[in-house]
Design a protein around this ligand. Structure first.
Ligand code: GBH
Length: 487
């Protein structure tokens, strides 16, 4: 008892739970053992806040050639020499396809209320269109049943970048047909899962797969298209989202909610004064004009069209109407903050460039800016009047190492998560309607072109043995969930 009490006061003193290393192995929580004491400084989240974690099909499943799965553009890309770090592929990844039951038990041990996964399109339609492969969908039936049996709500993403190679061979996202094919596939999955899955997200991070896959060539399919062509790919992505929303609504059981998971630039005022805040609000619309803004408003902004001139996408009135189909929730993937200041230019704002000394996590792009989790959802709610927002991804890479006695002391990730969640708390305590948060990622996985060297998991994965070990950050997150708060 004395031991427990002193641990609790220690936790209060330092604003978080500090546990003896031995507690890590069992993931016990002080909050559960002692009830959740409420203190004036407790920083609790709203009741029913949905604490979750996320993964994506190609990054965790493995079983690349099983049960009739067709190849995706990531199979092709990762098997092309020189495209990924160390030549790593997702052939085996976390072997989650075979180990999902064990993984759901780890989710349960963490106390997750919800889990966000993605369906691999080429498992369900190996050729992208045509005859569905029942064995492919069966995996997701099993996964969803297992989650529900353990009281974890499934949140399902329909496209997290693993486009069927057969569609890429016919032009991929350069072709409008892919948008239509996506809608058919999305409607089919919704029809079969919506008796149990109540939240669907259409596409994950259009901005990433379009810009990095079709413009920069660093992600599959590895193209470096001209600006006009990239703009058309972008248009087909937002169109796929809109047609997908309509198809899901047409085929799903009543009461299903539809949204997306976009890594919108989270624009934040570099100084919190009225003029810089006004600048951040303008930036939020214009910096996301090709993606989230088009979806929210059913049109491209004048500045976006003027900027691209003759290179602007070709579209019809009907396209824009489909793109603007109202959605039930916005999912925001957020890792970084886009700092903005007021400026005398015609746009009224300027993005503040990051100095070389700017702090980042293991991934060089992952510059630490917790305020995105406050300003991102706050400005989205303000500008577009949104009532339901989720943070569909947030997390960090770290140079995790397993100690000889089997621990991972990822204090940098704990610090990162605490800082970001503090800003998220600031948002919800002001009434910004954020309903849930998904930590990326549930376990270390295939970090796309960076391969397995960049770890984002709450669980450490030994990719030789597939052993999962909860990191210190898992212990931290478990405490957050159990307390529904930060202290
Ligand atoms: C998310 O992307 C993805 O949804 C998820 O699959 C991924 O594992 C996770 O975050 C962690 O990265 O090669 O220098 O051009 C986050 C946004 C956009 C970050 C693309 C990495 C590539 C940087 N990502 N970016 S670079």
């Amino acid at each position: 008892m004395i031991n427990r009490l002193s641990r609790r006061s220690f936790a209060r003193l330092f604003g978080t739970a500090v546990l003896a290393p031995t507690a890590l192995a069992t993931l016990s929580t002080t909050a559960q053992a002692e009830g959740t004491p409420s203190t004036p400084t407790a920083r609790r989240f709203p009741q029913g806040f949905l604490w979750g974690s996320a993964t994506a099909s190609y990054q965790v499943e493995g079983a690349a050639n099983e049960d009739g799965r067709g190849p995706s553009i990531w199979d092709t890309f990762s098997h092309t020499a020189g495209k990924t770090n160390n030549g790593d592929t997702g052939d085996i990844a976390d072997d989650h396809y075979h180990r999902y039951k064990e993984d759901v038990q780890l989710m349960k041990a963490l106390g997750l209320k919800t889990y966000r996964f993605s369906v691999a399109w080429p498992r369900v339609f190996p050729q992208g269109t045509g005859t569905p492969n029942p064995k492919g969908l069966d995996f997701y039936n099993r996964l969803v049943d297992e989650l529900l049996a353990n009281n974890i709500q499934p949140y399902c993403t329909l496209f997290h970048w693993d486009l069927p190679q057969a569609l890429e061979d016919k032009g991929g996202w350069q072709s409008r047909d892919t948008s239509e094919a996506f809608a058919n596939y999305a409607g089919y999955v919704a029809q079969h899962l919506s008796d149990r899955v109540k939240h669907f997200m259409t596409l994950n991070e259009m901005k990433s797969f379009v810009d990095i896959g079709y413009r920069d060539g660093r992600h599959a399919p590895g193209l470096t298209l001209s600006v006009d062509k990239v703009n058309q790919v972008r248009h087909h992505a937002v169109l796929a989202h809109g047609l997908g929303v309509q198809a899901i609504r047409a085929h799903a059981k009543p009461g299903v909610k539809v949204g997306l998971a976009e890594n919108a630039e989270a624009c934040a005022p570099i100084i919190e004064t009225a003029e810089h805040i006004a600048a951040a609000r303008k930036a939020m619309r214009e910096e996301n004009a090709g993606y989230l803004t088009a979806i929210m408003e059913g049109k491209y902004t004048d500045a976006y069209l003027a900027h691209h001139g003759a290179n602007a996408p070709k579209f019809t009135v009907a396209d824009m109407k489909a793109i603007g189909t109202p959605i039930d929730f916005v999912g925001l993937n957020n890792y970084t903050t886009t700092w903005v200041r007021a400026d005398n230019s015609s746009s009224g704002y300027a993005v503040v460039p990051a100095p070389a000394s700017y702090p980042h996590m293991m991934s060089p792009w992952l510059r630490v800016g917790p305020q995105g989790l406050y300003w991102g959802p706050k400005l989205i709610a303000e500008i577009w009047g949104f009532k339901e927002i989720y943070i569909t991804e947030n997390g960090a890479s770290s140079t995790d190492t397993l100690t000889p006695d089997g621990h991972v002391y990822d204090s940098d990730r704990v610090m990162y998560l605490r800082n970001y969640l503090t800003q998220l708390h600031r948002a919800v305590s002001e009434g910004v309607p954020v309903k849930g948060y998904f930590c990326w990622s549930f376990m270390d996985n295939y970090e796309w072109a960076d391969g397995y060297a960049y770890r984002f998991g709450l669980h450490y994965v030994d990719f030789q043995t597939q052993k999962r070990t909860p990191k210190l950050s898992a212990q931290f997150y478990k405490e957050v969930i159990a307390r529904n708060g930060l202290a």
